[in-house]
Design a protein around this ligand. Sequence first.
Ligand code: UDP
Ligand code: MG
Length: 314
Amino acid sequence: MEKNLISIVIPCYNEEESIHLFLDEITKVASTMQSVDFEYLFVDDGSADKTLEILKNLEKTDDRVRYISFSRNFGKEAALFAGLEAATGDYVAVMDVDLQDPPGLLPEMYETLTEGDYDCVATRRVNRLGEPRIRSFFARGFYRLINKISETQMVDGARDFRLMKRQMVDAVLTLREYNRFSKGLFNWVGFSTKWIAYENKPRIAGTTKWSFWGLLMYSLEGITAFSVRPLAISSVFGMLFCALSFISIIFLIIRWLIFGDPVDGWASTVTIILFVGGIQLFCTGILGQYMAKSYLEGKRRPVYIIKDSSDKKD
Ligand code: UDP
Ligand code: MG
């Protein structure tokens, strides 16, 4: 009988310290799963360190290793997409190289897919150990907000670590948008997903690529990519202020009829002008976000550009 193939997609950006450690771990796990074949598909996301060099060497010694290398840093989302496109497996897993996604879970995940009716096993972390408090606070807030305003539900603490059947991978690949927010895309395509939880683990080596600001921008991306509710909110603001000003006009006319026309209250007038001006800019800003996104989508630029890969042999 033909063995099933599991592709493991691993985005790497300046990860020279972690790659060997990761490969050791995953090899150990693979040796316990004799009934399947593996391919490890590393995506070098334009690293400036020795990542690509290490990958090239590994590819020579380990025939499960394949790599793709980008012409510059395109971001993890682009790396994931490239990996999914290049993966040939019947099952495809997505994992970080820093061992924050424990490879030890793979046998259990694979079993769930082969035995049950699930199309995907995804992971979430039950705690946010080793993460700054303030970051956890904002992360929770983000999930509460996005689940309120978007039809695509997102799981709090969800990792990108997941194992999918080929059919679901193909579905994700049909979504060719430029602004990729994977956590949403994986849910958007549907299919039945089993969630398993594990304790958060600190990075094995190297440092995280996320700054607080980066995460904030990423969450805005998630909101604009999966909800147009903010646009509706700005219309509501508009209506609200029209109604308020109407009431205010009537009030002023009545006051004028009763008390005459004293010119006071300029301070409150200025405050109101500033306030309304602020709201207007805020709403224009929201509109701008969506316009910018559709502008970028409209250009139809590729999500990534490959400079080198293990398949490109001369
Ligand atoms: N990564 C990437 N491109 C980037 C940033 C990160 O391919 O521009 C990879 C990185 O090498 C790692 C994974 O994405 O394998 C997760 O990155 P990181 O550990 O920095 O994120 P965190 O775990 O802190 O969310
Ligand atoms: Mg990490």
